[in-house]
Structure formats: structure tokens, C-alpha cells
Design a protein around this ligand. Structure first.
Ligand code: SF4
Length: 215
């Protein structure tokens, strides 16, 4: 109990500092509908958000809804997303995902985690991104490579599996922080707590971070 209370106090301090450092942090992917965010998130696997944002404006003009993505010639879609990498599997996932959206959800992105994770190419992380950012629903904590690395360095988890890390974070963070916490940690990971050489000297968390695993 004492350990759990300490962990929550530590997490609360981290939340407060990050809120102050990044008051306006939000999802870096550009989108105007839940479907666009879903597609952009699928494209962002193994790719930077900057690169995805270069590709999506023309992509969303060419394919304005799920039916249009589903009906697109595969080769055309592959060409349109080629620069995001892994374009063959991404094109396949996008088309199968959109086909299922049309068949089972009238072309509309569902607002339930259980439905979202049934879609091809959509795991818990993508589902949490869509629910949190497009619908404002705190279904969980988005765990990407930045959240994984920094949560471990901060001692918020000892796990390396994303689902287990998410479970640890959900235990110590109040639900109302779940969405913003991920956005802020991702910002922090890009600017300060970078993978190879974290800038601990410039870090707002320096005095409360145990720097686990940092050389
Ligand atoms: S003190 Fe260093 S390791 Fe800890 S969060 Fe800041 S940059 Fe990362």
C-alpha cells in the first residue's frame, strides 16, 4: 500500500511538471475526422509524424471516406503512401480496415475499444490514440516508443511489454490525465529525454527522476 501510494505521488509530480513544461501538447498528426486520424496513426508505424503529415493531405483528398479507401486500386494506394515505409502492409491494413468499417459500422469509426481492436492493423495503441484524441475518451494510456522509454527511466514501470506498461501507468495516473500524459511524454521524448543521449541537465524532471537504465 505504501509503495502504491509512493508510486502515485511520484506520478503526480511527473504529471504536474510535464503539464507546466508542455501546457499545449497535443497529437502531432494532422487530421480533421476520426477516420483521418485512424489512417494517419496506421501510417505512423515505423515512421515520423512529420513524414505522415506530408503524405496525408493529398491522400485524404483522393480518398475522402472509408468506402473510397476500400475501393481504391491497391497499387494506387501503395504509391500514395510509399514514403511512409512498409507501404504494402500498411495499404493492405488500411483497405481491410476500411472494408470492415463499411461492412460493419456504416463507414463510421466506432467509439468502443473492443470494436476498434477488431479492425485490421489496429491494436490497443492505435485504438487509444483514436479514442483519446478524436473522441476525447480516456480508454487507456497510449504507449509508444517514447512513453515506453521514459516511463521506465522515471521508474513508473519496470515492464517492457506495451500492454503491461499501460496497465502500470493506468494504476498510478488519474484517469483524467491519461490522454494528456501520453502527448506530453511524447513531446518530452522528442525534445529532452531522447533515446540515445537524454538531456538530463535541461530536464524539468531531473531532481525527481531515478534515471533507470541511463548510462
Ligand atoms: S532526468 Fe534524464 S532520464 Fe530522467 S526524464 Fe529527464 S532527460 Fe529523461
Amino acid at each position: 500500500m505504501v509503495v502504491a501510494a509512493q508510486a502515485k505521488r511520484h506520478a503526480a509530480q511527473v504529471v504536474r511538471r510535464l503539464r507546466k513544461a508542455y501546457p499545449d501538447a497535443e497529437c502531432a498528426l494532422k487530421f480533421s475526422t476520426p477516420l483521418e486520424l485512424l489512417i494517419a496513426t496506421i501510417l505512423s508505424a515505423q515512421c515520423t509524424d512529420v513524414r505522415v503529415n506530408m503524405v496525408t493531405p493529398a491522400l485524404f483528398r483522393s480518398y475522402p471516406n472509408a468506402a473510397a479507401f476500400a475501393a481504391a486500386p491497391r497499387a494506387d494506394l501503395e504509391t500514395a503512401i510509399q514514403s511512409t515505409g512498409f507501404f504494402r502492409s500498411k495499404a493492405k491494413n488500411i483497405q481491410e480496415c476500411c472494408r470492415l468499417l463499411v461492412e460493419k459500422h456504416a463507414g463510421v469509426v466506432p467509439q468502443r475499444l473492443e470494436d476498434l481492436v477488431q479492425l485490421p492493423g489496429v491494436g490497443r495503441k492505435t485504438a487509444n490514440v483514436v479514442l483519446g484524441t478524436a473522441f476525447g475518451q480516456a480508454s487507456g494510456v497510449v504507449v509508444d516508443t517514447h512513453v515506453t522509454r521514459i516511463s521506465r527511466r522515471l521508474g513508473l514501470t519496470e515492464q517492457s511489454d506495451a500492454v503491461k506498461i499501460e496497465a502500470d501507468l493506468m494504476k498510478v495516473l488519474p484517469r483524467k490525465e491519461w490522454i494528456g500524459f501520453s502527448h506530453r511524454l511524447i513531446h518530452h521524448g522528442r525534445r529532452i529525454c531522447i533515446a540515445r543521449k537524454p538531456k538530463c541537465g535541461e530536464c524539468t524532471l531531473a531532481d525527481i527522476c531515478p534515471r533507470i537504465g541511463v548510462a
